[in-house]
Ligand binder design. Structure first.
Ligand SMILES: Nc1ncnc2c1ncn2[C@@H]1O[C@H](COP(=O)(O)OP(=O)(O)OP(=O)(O)O)[C@@H](O)[C@H]1O
Length: 228
């Protein structure tokens, strides 16, 4: 479903942020991406979202060669992806319901499907009772649930979560991971960058470690634990 083949990313300043990445992620996998600050995790995500272009190699996602997607088709390609950020990026002047609803409106969903689907998803992430609240009236954990609802409402094939528990305590982080786990159990591929060792210990998944733009480890939890 995702295949990096000899991928480099060199920014305009000449900085090589990803160096010969070879990586395959199958549909339905749950993968943690770890590594020190500046290792290249966000850059790898930006290649997947096509915010940045690869400098060399090949990258194929959901059967599409990323470099061949025309600029006017990128928004369509991105419908395969649900993105969850550390800093939420919710619209402050919109309610919980509206923040999720807008994601369906922009893809042209049938208006009669919107309300039931949004409520179904808010229920799924455990925040339906707050659907009329504004982000400023929510806790960090609740805001992140709204972000996940917004990311999954259009049924993406892949969830990309960049440090999505970075602002949360362990209790809320576990809640978010349980939601991502449930989504993954339905067949959605989840790729999550994290610095949180506790989360890695609690959730046994494939762990890919990047350092200075290179993959230095790609292993199942048991092997990874020996080294953390
Ligand atoms: N737009 C850019 N222009 C030039 N260099 C960049 C740009 N974005 C990132 N970099 C560089 O690429 C390298 C990888 O950065 P990246 O943000 O991918 O790391 P990261 O692993 O996500 O770090 P963190 O855990 O702190 O978020 C760093 O050296 C960074 O300075």
């Amino acid at each position: 479903m995702i295949k990096f083949t000899n991928v480099d990313k060199i920014y305009n300043d000449g900085n090589k942020s990803l160096d010969n990445i070879n990586l395959g992620i199958k549909q339905g996998e749950f993968v943690f991406l770890v590594g020190p600050s500046g290792a290249g995790k966000s850059t790898l995500f930006k290649l997947l979202t096509r915010e940045e272009k690869i400098s060399a190699g090949r990258l194929s996602v959901v059967g599409q060669e990323i470099t061949k997607i025309k600029p006017n088709k990128i928004h369509k390609y991105r419908r395969h992806l649900g993105i969850v950020f550390q800093d939420f990026k919710l619209l402050k002047e919109k309610t919980v319901f509206e923040n999720v609803e807008i994601a369906m409106r922009v893809v042209g969903a049938n208006p009669k499907d919107i309300r039931p689907r949004v409520l179904e998803i808010l229920h799924k992430v455990g925040i339906a009772d707050k659907h009329n609240k504004y982000p400023s009236e929510l806790s960090g954990g609740e805001c992140q649930r709204v972000c996940i609802a917004r990311a999954i409402v259009n049924k993406p094939a892949i969830i990309i979560a960049d440090e999505c528990t970075g602002n949360l305590d362990i209790y809320n982080s576990i809640g978010i991971l349980n939601i991502l786990n449930d989504i993954n159990a339905e067949g959605v591929t989840v790729i999550m960058a994290t610095h949180d060792i506790e989360i890695l210990k609690l959730f046994p998944k494939r762990v890919i470690e990047i350092q200075k733009g290179k993959i230095v480890k790609d292993t199942k939890r048991d092997l990874y634990e020996i080294n953390v």
